[in-house]
Write a protein that binds this ligand. Structure first.
Ligand SMILES: C[S@@+](CC[C@H](N)C(=O)[O-])C[C@H]1O[C@@H](n2cnc3c(N)ncnc32)[C@H](O)[C@@H]1O
Ligand SMILES: [Mg+2]
Length: 212
């Protein structure tokens, strides 16, 4: 059976999601790229956050706030999502979208390079229960190291686009981005600080837990 058909079937089970549809419309309206997290992984992030009763969540790469909304849905009552975004325009669109949704006040978007902001968060000794990596691919290995520095035993670290549209298995592809994703996958799946797997649906998704 075509994977496209399976995807449509799964989507039909999810039903209408007004908040996510609105966020997607705003992304389109503002001519931003259509690269938000796939709904099946968005839902997985909500579930992960709920399963660990997450209070502090960090997202790398906000775009229009779709991932932030999925993450915030899983927060414990007094929890908060911090989403890091390099582009001022993307952050503005995300903030406007979030302002109108039920999770207003639970998501803070910080503009700047994620690695720099993560170092600042580390200096402030802030520890996260869940970290979602979804910014520029060439920094994925560095993001993982920084994420570990902002973690505790039990922290969930997730990362999107870890198959890079199949480029990871194309031996002729020696681009910086693809090499970085290969390095990231090797690190995540073999580092004994983590228990991890790589889910192959959509564009690939690494799900890891920081070991005790
Ligand atoms: C794939 S999109 C994020 C999608 C979002 N997580 C979601 O699921 O809705 C990647 C975003 O990361 C931002 N970005 C790229 N490199 C970055 C960096 N070094 N620091 C912070 N943001 C970055 C881009 O501007 C873009 O908005
Ligand atoms: Mg992504």
């Amino acid at each position: 059976m075509q994977s496209e058909t399976i995807r449509d079937y799964i989507r039909s089970l999810f039903g209408n999601d007004e908040e996510i549809s609105f966020a997607q419309q705003q992304i389109k309206h503002n001519e931003m790229p259509s690269i938000s997290i796939a709904p099946l992984y968005g839902r997985l992030l909500t579930m992960c956050a709920k399963m660990i009763n997450a209070k502090n969540i960090l997202e790398l790469g906000c775009l229009g706030g779709v991932g932030s909304i999925y993450l915030a849905r899983g927060l414990s009552q007094d929890g908060k999502v911090i989403s890091l975004e390099a582009k001022e325009k993307h952050a503005q669109v995300a903030r406007e979208t979030i302002r109108g949704c039920t999770l207003e006040g639970k998501i803070e978007v910080i503009v700047g390079d994620a690695l720099t902001t993560m170092s600042e968060l580390e200096e402030q000794q802030i520890i996260f229960d869940l970290i979602f990596i979804d910014a520029n691919k060439s920094n994925y290995p560095a993001f993982l190291e920084q994420a570990l520095a902002l973690s505790k035993p039990g922290t969930i670290i997730a990362a999107d686009n870890t198959l890079s549209r199949g480029k990871v298995i194309d031996q002729t592809d020696k681009s910086e981005e693809t090499q970085a994703i290969r390095t990231f996958n090797r690190m995540a799946l073999s580092d004994n600080r983590l228990e991890a797997t790589l889910l192959p649906s959509a564009d690939g998704f690494v799900l890891a837990r920081v070991n005790d």
